[in-house]
Design a protein around this ligand. Structure first.
Ligand SMILES: NC(=O)c1ccc[n+]([C@@H]2O[C@H](COP(=O)([O-])OP(=O)(O)OC[C@H]3O[C@@H](n4cnc5c(N)ncnc54)[C@H](OP(=O)(O)O)[C@@H]3O)[C@@H](O)[C@H]2O)c1
Length: 331
């Protein structure tokens, strides 16, 4: 698998990473055994950029990733995140904490759960509007000095916040939702342009539209009762029906290209620039194998303009987050 730079950090990662979130949280039933062998299969196939966060499964996801990489630490690039604070007794509730003392304790806790001495890429998961970004990034840069973290990232930040953060410490990567149905980052004054100006890598999360762009989700009833996608406006009522038409059109092009819609969605992201790294999530070897083939699919200018025609920014129906989670996005 080809590799892409994590900004100017000197680190390189596989051009397709593995999102580990759904292995422990949000997307239905867990299967830790299959998840661990999926991580092993990814590493064996050169997909070695693993994405987790301290809030996924209240820490369980970091523990799972830690178990999976035992004996394989030198083969992987571990990215984790801090800053979203959850309450087990009220799973929908979210707090945000970017205070310097919290950054340090969160990092120590992640190192312990992952069972590693150093985190390769440490992201602030959401910006804390009560704490100046300079203070948070200042604390993160101390973690780099102490050898606990190799490179710093931010998730769902505005261009202005990124600019301020870069004045404190080089930012290696920004992680933001980006896919054929989430194209806000492309706006002329959007985060993709801001990343390019600063040579910051752009890590595209939920590149398969949380599974929707694979064409496998036919009804909101396909989800289990506690699946968080039930709360997303895009997966509800009229929006769901309209978005299904979009996926059907993507499916038509995939059939012509003799690939699956998932592969086409990932190949489209890879074609948007060498600085973009998608991290599709799965807990199954079968989907992993399918998704990694995307790296071999070359899209022609004609393919790209047809995808542009059927999936412009305004094609999607509904917000990507419910209001309480939308409020955490830094603008
Ligand atoms: N920074 C942030 O705020 C943020 C937010 C969300 C996610 N993330 C990160 O980004 C990663 C990826 O995003 P995501 O997991 O939300 O969404 P995604 O990658 O767009 O989609 C994941 C979903 O698609 C399904 N899937 C994957 N490959 C498939 C295939 N080939 N055919 C059919 N279904 C397939 C998975 O099913 P199974 O689960 O059944 O395998 C899962 O339900 C996460 O794991 C997480 O690490 C970050």
């Amino acid at each position: 698998m080809n590799r892409r730079n994590l900004g100017k950090s000197g680190l390189t990662v596989s051009e397709i990473g593995l999102g580990c979130m759904g292995m422990s949280d949000f997307y239905g039933v867990r299967d830790d055994e299959e998840s661990i062998v999926t991580i092993h299969a990814a590493i064996d196939q050169g997909c070695t950029f693993l994405d987790t966060a301290d809030m996924y499964g209240y820490g369980d996801n970091e523990i799972l990733v830690g178990q999976a990489i035992k004996g394989r630490r030198d083969k992987v690039t571990i990215a984790t995140k801090f800053g979203i604070v959850r309450d087990r007794h009220d799973p929908a509730r979210r707090g945000v904490n970017g205070r310097p003392s919290y950054v340090k304790s969160a990092c120590d806790a992640s190192l312990k759960r992952l069972g590693v001495e150093e985190i390769d890429l440490y992201y602030q998961h959401r910006v804390d509007t009560e704490t100046p970004i300079e203070d948070t990034v200042g604390a993160m840069s101390e973690l780099v000095e102490k050898g606990k973290v190799r490179a710093i990232g931010l998730s769902e930040v505005s261009p202005g916040t990124l600019e301020r953060a870069c004045s404190v410490h080089p930012i290696a990567a920004v992680q933001t939702e980006y896919s054929l149905w989430s194209r806000e980052p492309e706006d002329a004054d959007g985060i993709l342009t801001a990343c390019r100006k600063r040579e910051v890598a752009f890590v595209a999360y939920s590149p398969l539209g949380r599974g929707f762009l694979t064409g496998q989700i036919k009804s909101p009833d396909d989800f289990e009762a506690d699946d968080m996608r039930r709360n997303s406006p895009r997966f509800q009522g009229e929006n769901f029906a309209r978005n299904l038409q979009l996926v059907e059109r993507i499916g038509e092009i995939a059939r012509e290209k003799s690939c699956t819609p998932a592969q086409l969605a990932l190949a489209w992201i890879l074609a948007q620039g060498e600085d973009i790294i998608p991290i599709p999530g799965t807990k199954r070897r079968k989907y992993l194998a399918e998704n990694l083939v995307a790296a071999e699919i070359a899209l022609t200018d004609n393919d790209l303009s047809r995808l542009e025609e059927i999936s412009p920014r305004e094609a999607v129906s509904g917000d990507r987050y419910p209001e309480n989670l939308r409020a955490l996005i830094n603008r």
